[in-house]
Design a binder for this molecule. Structure first.
Ligand code: SAM
Length: 155
């Protein structure tokens, strides 16, 4: 199984890249977490924000492999416990699915990306900065994998 994390932002601070790598590198090849970064459209005082979001959405839709289970990350999505995430992931694995997780930029996901998703997942009702979301996702995917494999990391 492969989980593709499709996230807006390609110039991340060192702590974000290190945080993401810390967890993604712990996963085995047969449960790989793969990062696909979508360049953030530049923002300035006169930026047409809906147009910037659309451009990010176009790029995102292009890299979602057909046949993947698609999960949009949204504050107002459904909250899952780590156990629910692990059970759901196990189900996808048994059914032979790969997964794409979509993380928007500072102005959120293009509505077409949310519409493309099979499920909408919320990490909490807090609005988190998009760089932090990818680190939290890497840790939670790793944690879910440890649960699926009775690894002592999760307690
Ligand atoms: C700074 S937030 C965007 C906030 C924007 N006002 C919106 O309504 O989506 C950047 C991205 O991080 C993700 N995100 C932020 N907080 C989240 C949360 N609590 N749960 C799930 N995803 C979150 C979403 O994908 C969002 O598009």
């Amino acid at each position: 199984m492969r989980v593709r994390l499709i996230a807006v932002g390609n110039k991340m601070p060192k702590w974000v890249a290190e945080g993401y790598d810390e967890y993604s590198k712990r996963l085995p090849k047969d449960f790989a977490l793969e990062l696909v970064e979508i360049p953030m459209s530049p923002r300035g005082k006169n930026t047409d924000i809906p147009k910037a979001i659309r451009k990010e959405g176009d790029a995102m839709l292009e890299v979602i492999p057909s046949g993947d289970k698609v999960i949009a990350m949204e504050v107002l999505g459904k909250e899952w416990s780590t156990e629910q995430l692990s059970d759901q992931t196990e189900q996808w694995r048994m059914d032979g699915y790969n997964v794409s997780l979509l993380v928007g930029g500072p102005d959120g996901l293009d509505p077409r990306c949310t519409a493309r998703a099979d499920q909408i997942w919320s990490l909490s009702r807090l609005t988190l900065p998009h760089p932090m979301v990818r680190v939290i996702l890497a840790e939670q995917i790793y944690r879910a994998w440890t649960l699926m494999n009775n690894h002592p990391y999760h307690r």
